[in-house]
Design a protein around this ligand. Structure first.
Ligand code: NAD
Ligand code: TDX
Length: 339
């Protein structure tokens, strides 16, 4: 297969590119990324010289460019990770979330329709809104109504509805995965776990929103990649699959786990003003994925967070280059003359 991966210079897309390039040497993986602030070609260093990998810089919302690319490359499948992904940024500037997450998705759908390409959309559990803290037996299933809180989740829910409409109206072969919070290697240090690891290592204050009692359901990124691969190859067309591993933790538990592992004092924790509209609890029921496709996560939170902290300790250059802005030069050095 020739597979287009969009957003492959980001956190989950980058991990997915590694996974696919190594697991399927006979497949061709084309990574299309605009290299926004969140895109980092250093993440692709381990695969950039493999014969079944290629990088293309471009915008999923640029219709002419996308149509030309699909015409030229004749893809068999597209997996769309490209997005603005940070909730806090969506509160500051919602418009770019509409442009990339909604318009970009529609442009990709049109190209997939024109060139008859299998389409997979990487979505999020945030489309379901949130659950109360006092009903721990409630989980998001694929039937839970969409009920978004932030401009980010609203843009992702809109994109999902377009994807499903292209199945119903045009018969486009689509699937959607909705996963819980990912963590693991190459996670941009604006998100909770890498932010707290990098700040704790520098003995800086750790900003915990509100009381730190919000709950997230943590999924190791490798388990997510495996799920997407399964859905792409064996998922039922037109279906949504939830991805999550029953690893709920409060934010405070996560931060304290990181401090303990790094032997840093809890006095670094600083409670700050809460995020507006802050979702209280996410919790995924992954039964459909487990029973239909046999998916099983390999990490639990304890093994996954230990592996992740160790990765950040072993790969200081990767995240320190981001904090210093260095990584943007890597694109110029590697691809500047070629593109
Ligand atoms: P990320 O922000 O780390 O990466 C996004 C990537 O998309 C970046 O490389 C960026 O350069 C690229 N991009 C942005 N706009 C683009 C455009 N217009 N054209 C082409 N490329 C563009 O995000 P992530 O955390 O890896 O998330 C990937 C996907 O998974 C997103 O769709 C997100 O909504 C979804 N998701 C993420 C999580 C999570 O916990 N991180 C959980 C559920 C769902
Ligand atoms: O400094 C912080 N302090 C803090 O308390 C940050 C950055 C976050 N938080 C809290 C907010 C959330 O309750 O930690 C929790 C996790 O925050 P984020 O890492 O920003 O993730 P979240 O808002 O849960 O969204 C993530 O999971 C779902 C991804 O960023 C989304 O792209 C994905 O769809």
């Amino acid at each position: 297969m020739k597979i287009l991966v969009t957003g492959g210079a980001g956190f989950i897309g980058g991990n997915f590119v590694h996974y696919m390039v190594n697991k399927y040497p006979e497949d061709q993986i084309v990574n299309l990324d605009l290299l926004t602030y969140a895109g980092n070609l250093e993440t692709l260093k381990p695969v950039e010289h493999k014969p079944n990998y290629k990088f293309v810089k471009g915008d999923i919302a640029d219709r002419d460019f996308i149509m030309d690319l699909f015409e030229k490359e004749q893809f068999d499948a597209v997996v769309n990770f490209a997005a603005e992904s940070h909730v806090d940024r969506s509160i500051e500037n919602p418009s770019i979330f509409v442009q990339t997450n909604v318009e970009g998705t529609v442009v990709l759908l049109d190209a997939a329709k024109k060139y008859n390409v299998r389409y997979h959309q990487v979505s999020t559990d945030e489309v379901y809104g949130d659950l109360p803290l006092d009903q721990p037996d409630l989980f998001f299933t694929e039937e839970t109504p969409l009920h978004t809180s932030s401009p980010y989740s609203s843009s992702k829910a809109s994109a999902d509805l377009f994807v499903l409409s292209y199945f119903r109206t045009f018969g486009l072969p689509v699937t959607i995965s909705r996963c819980s919070n990912n963590y693991g290697p190459y996670h941009f240090p604006e998100k909770l776990i890498p932010l707290m690891i990098s700040r704790a290592l520098a003995d800086e204050e750790l900003p915990v929103y509100g009381k730190g009692e919000n709950v997230r359901d943590w999924l190791h990124v490798e388990d997510h990649c495996q799920a997407i691969d399964l859905i792409l190859r064996k998922g039922r067309i037109g279906e949504v699959y939830n991805v999550g591993g029953h690893n709920e933790r409060t934010n405070l538990e996560v931060v304290k786990t990181i401090l303990k592992a790094l032997d840093k004092p809890e006095s670094l924790i600083k409670y700050v003003t809460d995020r507006p509209g802050h979702d209280m609890r996410y919790a995924i029921d992954p039964t459909k994925l487990e029973t239909e496709l046999g998916w099983k996560p390999t990490y639990n939170f304890d093994t996954g967070i230990a592996q992740t902290i160790q990765w950040y300790l072993d790969n200081e250059d990767w995240w320190k280059n981001i904090l210093s802005g260095e990584y943007a030069n890597y694109f110029e050095d590697m691809y500047g003359e070629r593109l």
